[in-house]
Design a protein around this ligand. Structure first.
Ligand SMILES: NC(=O)c1ccc[n+]([C@@H]2O[C@H](COP(=O)([O-])OP(=O)(O)OC[C@H]3O[C@@H](n4cnc5c(N)ncnc54)[C@H](OP(=O)(O)O)[C@@H]3O)[C@@H](O)[C@H]2O)c1
Length: 259
């Protein structure tokens, strides 16, 4: 990959562009983007360092690897606009639902393709970047692109049949964790902690708990047991969570999406 082009420069594209350029894996002179609102695009270009392009066709001509980062419902018309110009190039799509199988209906066979599902924590370099197993990138090209995406978080290849569930847990999960942050902060405020302190304490507690699990590789139940002393306070809280169906509520929050 020499030149990278973003179609769309919204929240997710900005998170990726910032991570890619900041890492030094690609220089800002080799990153281009197009979005319809040119004033907004130029303002983002000044902030992030990429070169703005005036049309989607100019963008595709300038890049050998293109990231489709507009909204899913806009893709069909964008592809029509590009026509044959993607031939011989690599297309990485981050649009929800637009996987390898779906693109087969729209792309020439000489367009190399990869579907990647990011999530919002990529904005702070702590995302989950799911790479669909079915793809048509060259092996070394895919490796290079995975390395590039890893500058914004944890990269994981996922079987095509599991992209839906994995993307649901990692993509919707941040909203569910945000509710948990709010709820525990409310509890802290209820007993006298300042609200501004409460969010910081709870978010850091969740960040630390996740990091402890990731770094030790311990089963979460063991980490939970380690905090629950006999007849202690934590086991009383665990009992209350179980009585109120916490575990079931988490599973159901995914069931309603997967149905
Ligand atoms: N945000 C997430 O959590 C998340 C997670 C996983 C995947 N994704 C995927 O990432 C993609 C972008 O999401 P987002 O949250 O970044 O959306 P967003 O902030 O609304 O950005 C959409 C971008 O697309 C541009 N755009 C609109 N019409 C276009 C066109 N005809 N041609 C080219 N660009 C066009 C917009 O430009 P203007 O502002 O100039 O109109 C904007 O820069 C979506 O497909 C979404 O499914 C998002």
């Amino acid at each position: 990959m020499k030149n990278l082009g973003f179609i769309g420069m919204g929240n997710m594209a900005q998170a990726l562009a910032i991570g890619f350029i900041r890492s030094g894996r690609i220089s800002k002179e080799n990153v281009f983007a197009f979005a319809p609102n040119q004033d907004k695009l130029k303002a983002n270009a000044e902030k992030i360092g990429f070169t703005p392009k005036a049309s989607v066709t100019e963008l595709v001509e300038a890049a050998d690897t293109i990231i489709m980062a507009c909204k899913p419902y806009q893709i069909e018309s964008v592809l029509k606009c590009i026509g044959d110009k993607l031939r011989g190039k690599a297309l990485i799509s981050i649009a929800a639902g637009w996987n390898y199988q779906k693109y087969l209906n729209y792309l020439n066979s000489d367009v190399r393709f990869q579907f990647v599902m990011p999530n919002t924590p990529a904005m702070v370099g702590e995302g989950v970047l799911l790479f669909e197993s079915t793809n048509s990138l060259e092996a070394n090209e895919r490796h290079e692109i995975m390395e590039l995406f890893s500058t914004t978080g944890f990269v994981q290849e996922i079987d095509s049949s599991l992209m839906g569930i994995a993307g649901t847990v990692t993509g919707c999960g941040p909203a569910f964790v945000d509710i948990m942050i709010e709820a525990y902060a409310d509890a802290a405020v209820k007993y006298g902690v300042k609200r501004s302190d409460a969010y910081k304490l709870v978010s850091q507690m969740i960040l630390g708990s996740a990091k402890l699990q990731l770094e030790t590789g311990e089963h979460p139940a063991i980490l939970k047991d380690n905090v629950c002393s006999p007849a202690g306070t934590t086991i009383r809280g665990v009992t209350a969570l179980e009585e109120n169906g916490f575990r079931n509520a988490c599973i159901k929050s995914i069931d309603v999406i997967m149905k």
